[in-house]
Ligand binder design. Structure first.
Ligand code: ASP
Length: 367
């Protein structure tokens, strides 16, 4: 019997984690801990055992704020650190609120991602990066693990919360992915708040565009600036994943990345994993990043941490790009491997504990 099948058998046993029950026990818990440097924690443990081990257990919701965007201690003020930690924690709390009321993992991931979309610190919604034409085109997706239902929007220019448009595509149409003007019009028709392009303008992103354009005359350089995402498991043990992004700074107009593509940037299947990715989108598309994690678990006998590590650290860099993923299974096993220098992320456990990781040294690369 493989490790994986052992886990699946134990996962449905009498001792299985009841998310709703555990959340109900500590509904308003406000414990928040910063992640600590892990040189003596999981990293050392992994090195000692020679195989990846999950970051945490009993996780009910996790979020990320992008790979390659982790903060450097020497350049970060306490106020900046707090703003990022609060941003991630606020998103986790928004999801917790939904799960605590018996809501679905789809609703929880949508709520968490909406918080991050409304926060200018993150590259999604309000804080979306500029494309080469100094415009903004946003991508988002959501997937439900119980029946593989999915919805996505690509290249939208006027939706305030693209993740909500993605959920509407999943729930109100027979399609999976709507793009461009049709997607914007669909969102507006269904009552989602719309914005003009100047809503997404921020000084920070403008400076990043100027920097990208200055570096390579003519063609322009594209820079990874993050993405946001969430994964969750609800009281019925259903998984969901959602991802939202402004894409890459200075990307070509019309370019669509991995974030709205099911199996690349986002995937959720109850028996395997809920995963949301961030990083070099073209590589995540070519490597079918998140569905490969699921397939390695389902058909390759890997456990969650081994499968996620294999894809993110061993396979994708060989295709020429780095990034990270948050991955959660229905038993609350969570991991966040990445090949980028760091990955902003956080998770919330069934007893209400929040952990956030914002510094590169809290999330060392290649683990
Ligand atoms: N994966 C995103 C994209 O390629 C960017 C990122 O996560 O940094 O659009």
């Amino acid at each position: 019997m493989t490790r994986n099948s052992t886990r699946r058998l134990t996962g449905v046993g009498a001792g299985a984690l009841s998310v709703a029950a555990l959340l109900a026990v500590v509904p308003g818990s406000s414990a928040v801990s910063a992640g600590r440097p892990e040189a003596t924690g999981p990293v050392a443990a992994r090195a000692a055992e020679g195989k990846p081990r999950p970051d945490a257990r009993h996780v009910v919701i996790a979020v990320h704020g992008g790979a390659g965007t982790a903060l450097k201690r020497e350049d970060t003020t306490p106020a900046q650190e707090k703003a990022y930690r609060d941003g991630l924690a606020g998103a986790l709390r928004a999801g917790q609120k939904i799960l605590g009321k018996g809501g679905s993992s789809v609703a929880a991931t949508e709520a968490a991602v909406r918080e991050l979309e409304d926060n200018p610190l993150f590259n999604a919604g309000k804080g979306a990066v500029f494309n080469e034409d100094a415009g903004h085109e946003l991508d988002a997706s959501v997937m439900r693990g119980s029946d593989l239902a999915a919805g996505a929007v690509a290249g939208v220019r006027h939706v305030r919360n693209p993740v909500s448009a993605a959920r509407l595509v999943m729930e109100k149409t027979k399609h999976v992915l709507l793009a461009g003007e049709g997607a914007d019009a669909f969102a507006a028709r269904n009552g989602l708040p719309t914005v003009t392009q100047d809503y997404y303008w921020t000084e920070k992103r403008w400076q990043e565009l100027m920097k990208a354009k200055g570096r390579v005359k003519g063609s322009g350089e594209t820079l990874t600036q993050g993405t946001v995402g969430a994964v969750a498991v609800d009281g019925k043990r259903n998984l969901a994943a959602a991802t939202s992004t402004g894409g890459l700074t200075n990307k070509m107009a019309g370019r669509v990345g991995d974030s709205p593509v099911v199996g690349a940037g986002t995937y959720a299947k109850n028996g395997t994993v809920a995963a949301s990715a961030t990083g070099a989108g073209e590589v995540f598309l070519r490597g079918a990043a998140t569905v490969t994690i699921s397939d390695l678990i389902e058909f390759g006998g890997r456990d969650l941490a081994t499968a996620a590590y294999e894809v993110l650290v061993e396979r994708l860099p060989k295709l020429g790009g780095t990034g990270g993923v948050i991955a959660l299974n229905a038993q609350g096993v969570f991991d966040a491997p990445h090949s980028s220098e760091g990955m902003l992320h956080g998770y919330l456990t069934a007893d209400g504990r929040v952990v956030t990781k914002v510094f590169a040294d809290e999330t060392p690369a290649n683990r």
